[in-house]
Design a protein around this ligand. Structure first.
Ligand code: FDA
Length: 395
């Protein structure tokens, strides 16, 4: 039976990158993947163009029970390092917005690059073998080695890397396998929950579903965290980048607050009353928001008359409501629609330098399987690259 230096479970972003880096350190690596092909989430990411990193990526852009955990890996393998690799492979890219970098052409180029980097292991005396369509039925630690049974075949290695991601988008083959394995090895799990996910509206808020398709740039807030990006009304509730971002911070029962006019200074409606007393709140809203949204909001505010006939107090109250419009989501669209999973294998169990489990020498956890969740905008892939790189230096 061949003995590998390391077996990596999962050929997603983190697993493939870790395999390539370890292979280029001269390691013999076996990657076992459940799906028929590697990198499926990479292929559909960023609308097929893969938002492969964010130039601003830093620890503040990640959620984790331990906010310091991601610091080490992110600082040792940075967005710049990944951009250099992308450029070395001649992949053209552009910044779309807010530091988000996308391929000009196709996400397929990123998967091809990772496969190419795996193949380059041979130049360094290493080797990366990838087996797809694998059904992993057993993982055990015997005499200091890891023994993995997949498709009835037994594989042995000195170390094992869990890179099977989280359960978001199960129809793409995503599983909670990482957690089962972690529990088996005695590692704690922080309750996984859907993140970067659309929120659903019920009760009084249901009226807003009629605005399905309407979007606006807003400040969306959950607790103390605010994001200024587009919000989109859907037939189920709220989506769009600002809502996906706050969804990662949102907890059941809590409200989401939206400032529909984040650029308007305090007192803008009173100013409008002085300058254009014959205008209406609806007309003023239409200056900045779509007709349908302006009509719904002004209807809910219940101020139909000309501004000149509305008291200053009522206008101040309207302004305050527009700046802190409170929605009470009754849930989210769940793992089926969540771009990532928040929570996961507790980082207290892992070394932030190497991703190795403290209790189980030789066992590593990288990527989304760990309790590190990035904001929308390339941060999650950067975590996959950084954590994969960190583990690859140690396996
Ligand atoms: P990933 O999910 O990539 O890989 C896990 C691998 O393990 C998969 O290949 C899976 O099949 C395999 N696996 C699962 N169970 C297994 C088992 N039992 N045995 C063997 N293999 C198993 N992020 C970002 O930064 N920019 C973006 O543009 C996007 N866009 C995006 C779009 C959509 C639609 C989704 C769903 C997600 C994104 N993301 C994103 C998030 C990003 O895709 C995600 O954070 C990374 O892929 C996580 O990388 P991992 O390698 O940890 O998991």
């Amino acid at each position: 039976m061949p003995v590998f230096d390391t077996i990596i479970l999962g050929a997603g972003a983190a697993g493939l990158f870790c395999a390539a880096q370890a292979g280029q350190r001269g390691k013999r690596v076996l990657v076992l993947e459940r799906s028929a092909k590697p990198g499926k989430k990479i292929l559909i990411s960023g609308g097929g163009r893969c938002n492969f990193t964010n130039i601003h990526a830093g620890p503040a852009h990640y959620l984790s029970a331990n906010p310091h955990f991601a610091k080490s890996a992110l600082s040792r393998y940075t967005a710049r390092d990944f951009i250099d690799l992308i450029e070395k492979h001649g992949i053209a890219w552009h910044e779309k917005t807010l530091g988000q970098l996308f391929c000009d052409n196709s996400a397929k180029q990123v998967v091809a690059m990772l496969m190419d980097e795996c193949a380059r292991a041979a130049e360094f005396g290493g080797d990366v073998q990838l087996l797809c369509d694998q059904d992993i039925t057993d993982a055990a630690r015997q005499d200091g080695a890891f023994v993995i049974t997949a498709n009835g075949q037994v594989h042995r290695a000195h170390s094992l890397v869990i890179a099977t991601g989280g359960p978001s988008i199960p129809k793409m083959g995503a599983t909670g396998f990482a957690y089962d394995l972690a529990r088996q090895f005695g590692l704690k799990i922080i309750e996984p929950r859907p993140a970067l996910v659309p929120l659903t509206l019920g009760g009084e808020d249901v009226l807003f579903r009629d605005l399905s398709g309407v979007s606006a740039t807003v400040d969306a807030r959950s607790g103390k965290t605010t994001f200024r990006e587009a919000a989109l009304f859907t037939h189920k509730g709220l989506s769009g980048p600002s809502i996906l971002q706050v969804s990662s911070y949102w907890k059941h029962g809590e409200p989401i607050t939206i400032d529909f006019l984040p650029d308007r200074p305090e007192g803008w409606l009173l100013e409008a009353k002085r300058e254009t007393p014959r205008s209406t709140v609806k007309a003023k809203l239409k200056d900045v928001l779509s007709d349908r949204l302006a009509t719904t909001l002004s209807g809910r505010l219940g101020i139909e008359t000309e501004l000149g006939n509305v008291s200053d107090k009522a206008l101040r109250a309207a302004e305050a409501q527009l700046a802190r419009w409170t929605f009470h989501p009754n849930g989210s669209e769940g793992f089926a629609k969540a771009e990532v999973t928040a929570g996961g294998i507790d980082t207290k169990e892992l070394s932030s330098k190497t991703m190795e489990a403290r209790k189980v020498p030789g066992l590593y956890v990288i990527g989304e399987a760990a309790d590190v969740t990035g904001w929308l905008g390339g941060y999650n892939f950067q975590w996959a690259w950084s954590s994969g790189w960190a583990a690859a230096q140690a396996v």
